[in-house]
Design a protein around this ligand. Structure first.
Ligand SMILES: [Zn+2]
Length: 116
């Protein structure tokens, strides 16, 4: 990881160079660019040291979309599945997430069964 160089003047009048770690940017929602909650920031090495559950929320689209957008996607998917709307009625920008929601149908079914 690249270091940020800062020039600082000491009390003795000298100018010294301090090297500081650059902070990574905050994670954002892929659709609305809102800040994501529950996703740590920092150097990649440090993030990899965390457990998987500490890296992102454990729900469909966790760490990718915010809760509002994932809710929107899941309701679109439910409407498409129950044939209330055509798949072509889904906005193009959301279509790839709606198609990917298939992957999570199993996840949701599994968690429901575990709850019983
Ligand atoms: Zn969002």
């Amino acid at each position: 990881m690249a270091l940020k160089t800062i020039k600082k003047r000491t009390p003795g009048g000298k100018t010294v160079i301090h090297r500081k770690k650059k902070m990574t940017s905050k994670h954002k929602c892929a659709i609305c660019h809102d800040l994501l909650h529950g996703t740590p920031r920092g150097p990649r090495v440090e993030i990899r040291r965390l457990s998987k559950t500490q890296r992102r929320p454990s729900r469909p689209f966790g760490g990718q979309l915010c809760s509002k957008c994932s809710r929107k996607i899941i309701s679109f998917k439910a409407r498409v599945n129950s044939k209330l709307i055509e798949p072509s009625a889904v906005p193009i920008s959301l279509r790839k997430y709606v198609n990917n929601a298939n992957k999570f149908a199993n996840f949701i079914r599994k968690t429901k069964e575990e709850g019983k």
